[in-house]
Design a protein around this ligand. Structure first.
Ligand code: HEC
Ligand code: HEC
Ligand code: HEC
Ligand code: HEC
Length: 504
């Protein structure tokens, strides 16, 4: 046979035929590739529905009948065996690890008990068992509002739908105990009909609205972080929007940095509590995880929370999203190594090194703030006046807010090490200034010698130092667990029996 080039030379039409045939083949291949991509996205909806339930079905096991893989992996968040160098899903008593926290939070419920977060399946058990919710019985001994339930359960959107948002936030924590019983789950993040991601918490939608943004217009990739931003954010309870109702609000109107939120709180003179030792008007940072993540390199490259904490996995040829939300260090293979070619050991080391370096300075800042609280108490004891102390107390407020902003979300030192370090450094600057002013006030009152640093080397010693009666608190909690919780559970079971669920 003659070579193709010679054929074409003899009969140019063959050349054209070949050319168009190639165009058609390439076009068809392109079409095929694009349907494969689309199908991959669609494939998630190719399932045999077993059960029909409403959007407000709070029980994960019911949704799970349609999606056994997602349910099964979500259930693994109950596992508490993994511990990384600084995080993981085991219960870590942070007050034991770092007794300075007890003094930083003196006069506030966090000084009673504060643990490192566990998996989502534990959300209900942990809020019931923590000493911060106390041991309320028959309307007595309530220390928290109902608003505290907001981030714990798909019973929250259900109840908000039934009674309204402001009404949900109203009243004592004990009031809704029998309503909020299922741990975080499917209805918190999904639309029941399409299984698309869905924002179920009004506080996030409202925060966007106040900035003139419509959250329903967010891209799919953004939604893979925004579903987490319903809970892993800084928030406070605003009592002015609805008369007397502690309305869950995100302080983002001026921006999401430590300084912008601090300004927001300062302008409205918001105070979480008055510090027991220094009398400073304190702020408690919650867990500004989303805010800090947004300042990091991964966010700026469009990597979402789900990319690392909910990677895709494969089982029997079926690709699905791993719902075992946890420290990615327990799953580097599916998580980081999708994008990074480095060895597991190296990636884990990268994470731990970032934590370590940030925590080194954070510890120094803590010691400075504890000292300032103790010195401020001494100044009051020696007769300092409000005018003398006013400025100093604002400094303590600002420094501790910055420390907490950097510490509270657990992942910050990896999510955004540079911003986290910057915030810690700014806190250091403020607190050193405060201590300088304090030493002048103390000297003016005739005290030139250093105020001794207390022995707070263990949690027990620190709690004794601030005068907490732990035995009593534990006793009250135990009684609550034995007497109140079983009644809540029983009531809930009875109510749930009447939910409409039909089988195909
Ligand atoms: C680039 C990957 C990546 C992204 C994106 C990411 N994280 Fe993380 N996250 C990590 C790593 C790594 C850690 C540290 C884990 C450790 O030390 O064990 C972590 C820690 C955490 C922790 C503490 C974990 C624990 O064991 O207690 C939480 C909570 C968290 N991230 C939530 C989020 C949220 C919410 C987002 C999005 C707003 C997000 N993360 C985005 C990788 C990521
Ligand atoms: C904290 C939020 C969150 C919770 C809770 C949650 N999911 Fe998901 N789910 C996601 C995200 C994020 C994706 C990925 C969606 C995407 O990229 O389109 C996803 C994807 C899915 C998909 C699509 C198929 C796949 O695997 O990618 C199904 C089905 C699903 N989830 C079912 C469930 C079920 C059932 C539950 C309860 C047991 C549940 N989800 C709980 C966030 C959540
Ligand atoms: C409805 C509120 C809510 C939503 C939505 C939510 N979380 Fe959580 N998350 C929590 C709470 C509460 C805890 C702590 C539970 C405990 O300690 O009992 C937690 C714990 C965690 C932990 C620690 C788990 C461990 O094993 O240490 C990680 C990591 C985490 N969440 C990541 C995410 C990511 C990523 C998303 C979005 C895909 C998300 N969360 C969505 C409320 C939420
Ligand atoms: C979806 C892709 C993706 C995933 C998943 C991902 N990364 Fe990255 N990572 C990136 C990109 C993109 C950059 C920016 C690098 C650049 O632009 O040069 C980056 C940067 C980094 C850096 C250097 C920036 C810094 O923080 O100093 C480290 C370290 C890192 N990643 C570790 C991890 C670890 C650990 C995980 C898993 C927990 C992970 N990454 C998961 C895409 C990803």
């Amino acid at each position: 046979m003659k070579p193709v080039t010679q054929l074409i030379k003899e009969k140019p039409a063959i050349g054209w035929i070949l050319f168009f045939a190639t165009v058609v083949v390439v076009f068809l291949l392109g079409l095929l590739a694009s349907t494969i991509v689309e199908r991959r996205a669609e494939s998630v909806f190719v399932y045999t529905p077993e059960v029909y339930h409403s959007q407000f079905e709070p029980r994960n096991e019911i949704w799970g009948q349609n999606f056994p893989r997602e349910y099964q992996s979500f259930s693994q968040t109950a596992d508490t065996s993994f511990r990384s160098m600084y995080n993981g899903s085991a219960t870590i008593d942070m007050l034991e690890v770092n007794p300075r926290f007890v003094v930083l939070w003196a006069g506030y419920s966090f000084s009673r008990e504060y643990n490192q977060a566990r998996g989502h399946m534990h959300a209900i058990d942990d809020i019931r068992n923590i000493l911060r919710t106390g041991g309320p019985i028959d309307g007595e001994g309530n220390m928290q509002p109902n608003t505290c339930w907001t981030c714990k359960s798909p019973d929250v959107p259900r109840l908000m739908n039934e009674i309204g948002v402001a009404e949900f936030y109203k009243g004592n924590w004990e009031d809704r105990g029998h309503e909020i019983v299922n741990p975080i789950g499917c209805a918190d993040c999904h639309d029941a009909e399409t299984m698309n991601l869905r924002i179920s918490r009004p506080a996030l939608i409202e925060a966007f609205e106040r900035q003139g943004k419509d959250i329903t217009k967010a891209s799919h990739q953004k939604m893979r972080s925004l579903v987490c931003a319903q809970c892993h954010v800084e928030y406070y309870f605003n009592k002015e929007r609805h008369e007397g109702v502690p309305y869950l609000t995100f302080p983002w109107d001026m921006g999401q940095s430590a300084e912008e939120m601090e300004k927001y709180y300062d302008e409205m003179e918001f105070v979480d509590w008055t510090h027991q030792l220094s009398k400073a008007p304190m702020l408690k940072a919650q867990h500004p995880g989303y805010e800090i993540y947004s300042t990091g390199v991964h966010a700026s490259r469009g990597v979402s929370c789900a990319d690392c904490h909910m990677p895709y996995m494969s089982e029997g040829g079926q690709k699905f999203t791993d719902h075992h939300i946890q420290s990615p260090l327990n799953n580097v293979n599916n998580s980081c190594q999708v994008c990074h070619r480095d060895e597991t050991e190296k990636l884990v080391n990268d994470v731990n090194e970032r934590h370590k370096r940030v925590i080194e300075n954070r510890n120094k800042l803590e010691i400075q703030i504890v000292s300032a609280h103790v010195e401020a108490k001494a100044a009051w004891d020696y007769g300092a006046t409000e005018t003398q102390m006013e400025d100093i107390l604002m400094d303590i407020r600002h420094a501790q807010w910055r420390w907490d902003y950097a510490a509270a979300s657990h992942g910050a030192s990896f999510h955004s090490p540079v911003e986290t370090s910057r915030v810690i450094a700014s806190g250091m600057d403020i607190i050193q200034d405060a201590r300088l002013k304090l030493s002048r006030v103390l000297a003016g009152l005739g005290h030139n010698e250093p105020v001794p640093y207390p022995d707070i080397s263990t949690k027990a010693k620190a709690q004794e130092y601030i005068g907490l009666d732990m035995e009593k608190l534990n006793r009250e909690k135990q009684r609550f667990i034995d007497e109140v919780v079983p009644v809540w559970e029983k009531k809930a079971k009875k109510r749930e029996e009447n939910y409409e669920v039909s089988y195909y």
